[in-house]
Write a protein that binds this ligand. Structure first.
Ligand SMILES: [Cu+2]
Length: 727
């Protein structure tokens, strides 16, 4: 965030008064009601149809969630805030799904911005993983198909829209999703039901009138100075003097919580039992817990020694996060005097579960730098998400283990999230040795846990192992400070198919995150009869989720007996030999398409083992003295003769993954000095200098969201420029 001179001046006054110089005054209105309102528990989502797969016997439950604008009061006496949330709630309803039951969740976008929904912590096939450009426009719906086969864990669902994740999650598009396993639960005997409580932490700024702040211009971080738990600012929870299990989730945009449990001035120990990926092997007692954006930690607190007392869940600002006066507490526990229910209150088992950690014999080791140069976008290894030609940064063959050094620098923290897979954290060291070091250790509760977030604190490097199972496909990885993610610290990886695997029919065909079969469609109504008779049987027929344990065992066998190119030389060597199959031909989405592929120049990648020669040609009609800067290849052309035509052809050999066929012709007479050729991310309208789409042709419109195209999506409701339709 930008720090105003006034704020800096105020901070210096506070420093003079003995307050830390780092601490800034609140931006939000004062909140004199700490611990006066009870902790709300979000409602549990209920399925409205069900179907049993006739082949496998696996049930699929159907749910429908509407993304809706709504009003919610945060400050008594001030106006309500305008939010947009799942089912019109903040946080959204909680899903509680027993492991082994599949779910099909229909999300309907009744909001005013595009949406994309990601189920964080699930090994979902690519078409339903919430790819940032797989948009549900306002008025559209998409059915997301989830396996729920992972070990019991606390997941969460949240928005993942390219460039809009900050605004959408800040407006309330966050909710919890629990995979439960009753066999494991009853064996462990940990607190259940009324004593198993979700705590969704969040942080906002509020305007003087009571609304949430406008963060549409923010490009660094939105830390917030006002904390909520389950949507209530600084709540209290009445507890009995016994054990409780709390499922903590940090759903905030940029704020890391550094928690302690305080009995007046004494910190009280509690026990960490689970991480992002479910139970740890062993419980870990701790007196403090760092939980960054998108992380989940489950803890057990025993209130028995605190009869009649009030314990405070306190926060101390950590890393380079901005600290605000008074943001030192999160919620309070009011411990009663009587226990009415002693169930599941026994000792926590010393061994919880057996975890399958990735073998520390990685095929390849890579380093990813999470950096920003001043004035530049946030990037991973200098490559922003907005460059589709380089956003796929690794192509691990299915079943391989890779080792990553995730490296941050001073001044920022980055919780790094890999989709699909669970990681094991091996070590934490310094990011940039020329700057002040951060933590040089893993927290005790991080050791030996499986996680989908690796937290890089201020100037920290974390080394992780990840095993790429159980499915092929293209997935995202990114910083979960979603302000960074939006602009554009995000990349992708492509888990490639195995040669001669012999089980390809079990996993193939669902690796494309923009698979047209599953794109969002216009919503009118849901016919439950049709859901039961057509929709659910169709998803069952796809065989999208064969038993992952069976698959992984077959994949491991494959690598044990593999006699092809050595998988130890490099990741790409294993896939650079010729393919036995037919190459998949992929092309750029045409700008003239009206099939919902937005933005118009994004490309999608298909897993493909062959080495492929691809040709790209660009034709430029240039005007004398005009400089054209093609997006790629990275050369600058200056025309030497008037109205000359230049054709460039570039041939590349790719060792894997994609065939690129891109032909683009322009004969623009625009006086702009910006290239209008294959600019992959051409934007228009408000926020983009009111740039028009004329360069593509007179029939092109600039949509409400600043993309060029032809058809009702662009020229209909909200159209900014061009031959807009009268609606
Ligand atoms: Cu970041």
């Amino acid at each position: 965030m930008l720090i105003s001179p006034i704020a800096l001046f105020a901070a210096s006054l506070l420093w003079a008064a003995g307050v830390s110089a780092q601490q800034l005054p609140r931006r939000s209105p004062p909140y004199p009601y700490a611990f006066q309102y009870a902790l709300p528990i979000p409602p549990t989502k209920v399925p409205i149809a069900s179907y049993k797969n006739p082949t496998t016997g696996v049930p699929i439950d159907f749910y429908e969630v509407h993304i809706r604008p709504f009003k919610k009061g945060f400050f008594p006496g001030l106006q309500d805030a305008d939010l947009v949330g799942y089912d019109g709630l903040f946080p959204g309803p909680v899903f509680k799904v027993e492991r082994g039951r599949e779910t099909l969740v229909r999300f309907v976008n009744g909001g005013h911005r595009p949406a994309s929904v990601h189920l964080h912590g699930s090994f979902t096939r690519a078409p339903w993983d919430g790819w940032a450009e797989d948009l549900l426009l306002p008025g559209e719906f998409k059915d997301y198909y989830y396996p729920n086969q992972a070990a019991a864990r606390t997941l969460w669902y949240h928005d993942h829209t390219a460039g809009l994740t900050t605004l959408n999650t800040y407006a309330g598009q966050v909710g919890m999703y629990l995979i439960t396993d009753s066999a494991v639960e009853s064996r462990l005997g940990l607190p259940q039901r009324a004593h198993d409580i979700p705590l969704l932490l969040d942080s906002h700024f509020f305007t003087a009138a009571g609304n949430i702040s406008d963060e549409s211009k923010e490009v660094t971080s939105t830390y917030g100075d006002t904390f909520t738990v389950n949507g209530q600012i600084l709540p209290y929870l009445k507890v009995e003097p016994r054990k409780y299990r709390f499922r903590l989730l940090d759903a905030a945009v940029s704020r890391t919580f550094n928690l302690t449990l305080m009995d007046k001035n004494t910190s009280v120990p509690f026990v960490v039992v689970a991480s992002d990926a479910g139970f740890r092997e062993t419980p870990v007692e701790t007196k403090s817990l760092v939980i960054a954006m998108a992380e989940r930690w489950e803890i057990v607190i025993d209130f028995a020694p605190f009869v009649g007392k009030n314990l405070t869940l306190a926060h101390t600002t950590i890393f380079a996060d901005t600290d605000y006066v008074g943001s030192d507490k999160v919620m309070q526990f009011n411990v009663g005097k009587v226990v009415t229910d002693w169930s599941n209150n026994g000792p926590i088992p010393k061994k919880l579960v057996e975890l399958k950690l990735p073998k520390n014999s990685p095929v390849v080791e890579r380093t990813f730098n999470f950096v920003r140069n001043i004035g530049q976008p946030w990037t991973i290894n200098g490559k922003p998400w907005s460059d589709p030609m380089s956003r796929v940064q690794m192509k691990p063959p299915l079943g391989t283990v890779e080792k990553y050094n995730l490296r941050g620098t001073g001044g920022w923290s980055h919780p790094v999230h890999l989709h699909l897979v669970d990681m094991q954290l091996l070590s934490r060291t310094v990011g940039n040795p020329n700057q002040k070091a951060g933590r040089m250790y893993l927290e005790e509760y991080e050791k030996g846990a499986l996680k989908d977030i690796a937290l890089l604190g201020d100037n920290e490097q974390v080394t992780v192992l990840a095993k790429f199972v159980p499915y092929e496909g293209v997935y995202m990885f990114h910083c979960h400070n979603v302000v960074h993610e939006d602009v554009s610290m995000m990349a992708a990886f492509n888990i490639t198919a195995l040669q001669d695997f012999g089980y390809g029919n079990l996993t193939g065909g669902l690796e494309d995150p923009l698979d047209k079969r599953f794109k969002a469609k216009t919503y009118s109504a849901t016919n439950l009869q049709q859901i039961k008779s057509e929709v659910l049987p169709y998803y069952a027929w796809l065989n999208a989720y064969p038993d992952p344990a069976f698959l992984e065992a077959r994949i491991d066998e494959h690598w044990l007996t593999y006699k092809g190119p050595s998988p130890t030389s490099s990741a790409s060597a294993a896939v650079s030999t010729s393919s036995s199959g037919t190459p998949l031909t992929r092309s750029f989405a045409q700008v003239t398409s009206d099939d919902g592929s937005r933005p118009p120049w994004s490309i999608t990648l298909k897993a493909q083992e062959a080495s492929i020669t691809a040709t790209r040609s660009f034709e430029w009609v240039t005007k004398k003295s005009k400089t054209w800067t093609p997006y790629t290849p990275s050369t600058t052309k200056t025309a030497s003769t008037p109205d000359s035509t230049t054709t460039e052809t570039e041939t590349s050999t790719f060792t894997t993954t994609l065939v690129v066929t891109a032909t683009y012709t322009t004969n623009s007479t625009s006086s702009s000095t910006t290239a209008v050729g294959p600019v992959l991310e051409y934007r228009c309208g408000a926020g983009y200098g009111n740039r028009t789409c004329e360069v593509f042709g007179d029939e092109y419109c600039c949509s409400e969201w600043g993309w060029c195209g032809v058809g009702s999506i662009w020229c209909g409701n909200g159209c900014q420029l061009g031959p807009c339709l009268k609606v």
